[in-house]
Design a protein around this ligand. Structure first.
Ligand SMILES: CC(C)(COP(=O)(O)OP(=O)(O)OC[C@H]1O[C@@H](n2cnc3c(N)ncnc32)[C@H](O)[C@@H]1OP(=O)(O)O)[C@@H](O)C(=O)NCCC(=O)NCCS
Length: 173
């Protein structure tokens, strides 16, 4: 796959399942989703997956958000880019598309967990405005710890009165 090939971002469809399974198996060493789990995520009303595909239809990356009833917080549940397409800004674009989706659904916060040894992903999240909030010891099956990170999607001016971090930022600013 040529990483310079342009890609289009769009919500995932049922017929993306085979390619998603393939990408999952080459992108993660452990804690992979099974075909059944991926199929379930594509159907769930409170999950939303975005994919990046080349003009020829080859899958280059995907990211999945989970939503909860009565919550203004969305969770980045899975996120990866094909190894041959990494480092060309696709991860950032996908994350921006997912943030856009979360905002459209009225979400005020995005949370995620990332392996403590995943420097590339953590660097990207930090540059995208995520902050580490909680250290989760022994979080993954191989015993690796995780950082829980989050990002406020609202500006201080938009935040409801007295709401957490954005209001605090407004007071401090
Ligand atoms: C994390 C991941 C999705 C990033 O995707 P990507 O397409 O490479 O991301 P980008 O090209 O947008 O790069 C993001 C940043 O990381 C940097 N970067 C990318 N690959 C890098 C590498 N191997 N070493 C150091 N920096 C790297 C880029 O320079 C870029 O920096 P910038 O934001 O200052 O421009 C991808 O590496 C991946 O799929 N990893 C395996 C699965 C995974 O770890 N998922 C995250 C689970 S929490």
């Amino acid at each position: 796959m040529n990483p310079l090939v342009s890609s289009v971002l769009r919500p995932a469809r049922g017929d993306d399942l085979d390619a998603l399974c393939q990408l999952e198996s080459i992108s993660f060493e452990g804690d992979r989703f099974t075909r059944r789990q991926l199929a379930h995520l594509l159907k769930r009303a409170h999950a939303r997956t975005w994919v990046a595909v080349t003009d020829e239809g080859a899958l280059q990356g995907y990211g999945t958000l989970l939503f909860r009833r009565n919550s203004r917080s969305a969770r980045l549940y899975s996120f990866c880019v094909h190894p041959e397409a990494r480092g060309s800004g696709l991860g950032r674009r996908l994350l921006e598309a997912l943030e856009g989706e979360a905002l459209e659904r009225g979400m005020q916060r995005l949370t995620l967990e990332v392996r403590a040894d995943n420097r590339v992903a953590m660097g990207l999240y930090r540059r995208m405005g995520f902050l580490p909030r909680r250290w989760l010891e022994d979080y993954y099956v191989d015993g690796c710890a995780a950082w829980q990170m989050d990002k406020s999607l609202v500006t201080a001016a938009e935040a409801p009165c007295g709401s957490g971090e954005a209001a605090a930022a407004a007071r401090l600013g």
